[in-house]
Design a protein around this ligand. Structure first.
Ligand code: KG4
Ligand code: ZN
Length: 345
């Protein structure tokens, strides 16, 4: 039997150091070291993130190989995130991947982080079928909010994105206003599930049909809390569940409006969501409802492939390996990488 193709994926674009091994479509390992250091600062501190990547990358890669039960010499190629992301963080993964590929004399494959979030839907997961092309992808996390029409693996059309904060940032910053620890999203969701989503109305920001804006909503939450605590110092304590439920309702309703616009205008009703915020219970419920009420086909990958992870990088690595689309050693990381079409894959 022919030796499988083993691709090592490396992800270091923000505050997660991750390494994964994929063999002919099957994920053998997906190790993620989440950097706890940022919690005390209420957000990611770029300088600390790159230092932590330096510390984590060797043990994380080692662990990914151990869990996959292979050795370095078995690897067929190294795939790594070349952008977009924090420059200091990207440089750690990029330099490491280059050195390892050079040392092993195997191909190097550069991966666009946002395309990888979308192609994570093609990771072979038992009991789940990937979306058929074309489909609409929504990537929602602490760093991203993008609505994309996916024509093919490497033919993606950005329909719209946030013009200011990402949706996860809106959850986290609203959580901070309410005194929740960073990142506020998961606890916000927990509290929201126990509250009344119609208790307090919040405005939905008006931008283009596929664009998002969240900074106005965050400010509306701040003013709402300031105004009410001036009259009642215990306002947050007494109403936190209803506030969370109302804000979450507004965010999810807003996101669904945007997807509905895209489905209406493209005629495509296959919708795939990814990114850390797709863990949100109201978004998941909205996806389930859209299936029954609107007849959409909806897709959410397992959570480990939604948040930043090297599994998705290895997946793209495999697709590019099959197409013999390799990078040269002169390639450099890029903090910004627009969604070009046709893709610079
Ligand atoms: O994809 P991710 O792990 O990292 C990046 O930001 O790239 O996403 C993290 C974001 C954070 O903003 C976090 O608060 C949010 O996802 N998040 C949630 C939930 N779980 C995680 N937001 C709302 N509801 C959740 N259940
Ligand atoms: Zn990401």
């Amino acid at each position: 039997m022919a030796k499988p193709t083993y691709i090592l994926g490396i992800e270091s674009s923000c505050d997660d150091t991750s390494a994964a091994v994929i063999a002919n479509g099957k994920m053998l390992s997906n190790v993620v070291a989440t950097q706890k250091i940022h919690e005390q600062y209420g957000g990611v501190v770029p300088e600390l993130a790159s230092r932590a990547h330096q510390q984590n990358i060797v043990p994380v890669v080692h662990q990914a190989l151990v869990q996959a039960n292979i050795e370095k010499k078995d690897l067929s190629a190294i795939a790594f995130t070349s952008g977009p992301g924090l420059m200091g963080s990207l440089l750690v993964g990029t330099s490491f991947a280059k050195s390892l590929a050079m040392g092993l004399n195997i191909p190097l494959i550069d991966v666009h982080h946002m395309r990888a979030h979308i192609l994570a839907h093609f990771i072979d997961v038992e009991g789940q079928k990937p979306p058929e092309f074309p489909f609409i992808a929504l990537t929602i996390s602490g760093g991203h909010t993008q609505l994309v029409l996916v024509h093919d693996y490497f033919d993606m059309e950005l329909l719209g994105e946030t013009i200011d904060d990402a949706v996860g940032e809106c959850f986290d910053k609203s959580g901070k206003i309410l005194g929740l620890p960073y990142p506020g999203g998961p606890l916000f969701d927990k509290l929201a599930q126990q509250g009344n989503p119609k208790a307090f109305p919040f405005p939905k920001p008006k931008v283009g049909p596929y664009e998002f804006s969240f900074s106005g909503l965050k400010t509306a939450v701040l003013y709402f809390v300031q105004k009410n605590t001036a009259q009642n110092p215990n306002f947050i304590e007494e109403n936190i569940k209803d506030i969370c439920a109302s804000v979450q309702f507004t965010i999810v309703d807003y996101i669904m409006d945007k997807i509905k616009n895209a489905v209406r205008d493209t005629g495509v009703n296959r919708v795939a969501i990814g990114g850390g915020v797709s863990a949100n219970s109201s978004i998941r419920q909205a996806m389930v409802d859209a299936k029954t009420d609107l007849g959409w086909d909806t897709f959410i990958p397992p959570f480990q492939f939604c948040t930043d992870n090297a599994g998705m990088i290895a997946m793209v690595g495999q697709l590019k390996y099959e197409r013999e689309n390799f990078a040269g050693y002169e390639l450099h990381a890029k903090a910004r990488m627009p969604f070009t079409r046709p893709a610079e894959i």
